[in-house]
Design a protein around this ligand. Structure first.
Ligand code: RP5
Length: 166
């Protein structure tokens, strides 16, 4: 939670082992001052926790859920199946196939239950948070201004020439 406000974004992950990736999403939300919560919810090991979380998400005021999972990676899809809150998924890198297994498991949703699937790993976590900010900025002009400023800074920070370390 940021500033004691109720969370607008839920950052959920299948395991503690996913946190090194999902923390990039949480850090970005913090930077933008977006109130959020972080939860470990395993589709397989804690199914009741998942049901409870997904079914109450909208009534608790969540506008976006960011869900990270690896391997069999059912968390994002199952969450999306039980709430109309948009779910953005972050496939977690794995020892098997560098996370391509996670990506394919998450991305191939049947028509009717969408999950917005991002890139595998850190880039996906950052972009999931940026998408959450973009969604929220639709009704929050101040946040939209912050997003514009963030992008402007990003652009300004791209060098014209590579640094060869000399
Ligand atoms: C998935 O299994 C989690 O999302 C995690 O990426 C993967 C491995 O979990 P641990 O065995 O490290 O807890 O459910």
């Amino acid at each position: 939670m940021a500033g004691g406000q109720p969370p607008k974004v839920g950052v959920i992950m299948g395991s503690q082992s996913d946190w090194p990736i999902l923390q990039h999403a949480a850090e970005l939300l913090e930077k933008f001052g977006v109130p959020h919560e972080r939860r470990i919810i395993s589709a397989h090991r804690t199914p009741e926790r998942l049901y409870e979380y997904a079914r109450t998400a909208r009534d608790r005021g969540l506008a976006v859920v960011i869900a990270g999972a690896g391997g069999a990676a059912h968390l994002p899809g199952m969450t999306a199946a039980m709430t109309t809150v948009p779910v953005f998924a972050v496939p977690i890198p794995t020892a098997f196939g560098d996370g391509v297994d996670s990506l394919l498991s998450i991305v191939q949703m049947p028509a009717g239950i969408p999950v917005g699937t991002l890139a595998v790993g850190k880039a996906g976590a950052i972009n999931a948070a940026l998408l959450a900010v973009a969604v929220l900025s639709g009704t929050d002009a101040e946040l939209e201004e912050k997003l514009r400023a963030w992008r402007k800074t990003q652009t300004e920070n791209v060098a014209h020439e590579p640094d060869d370390g000399a």
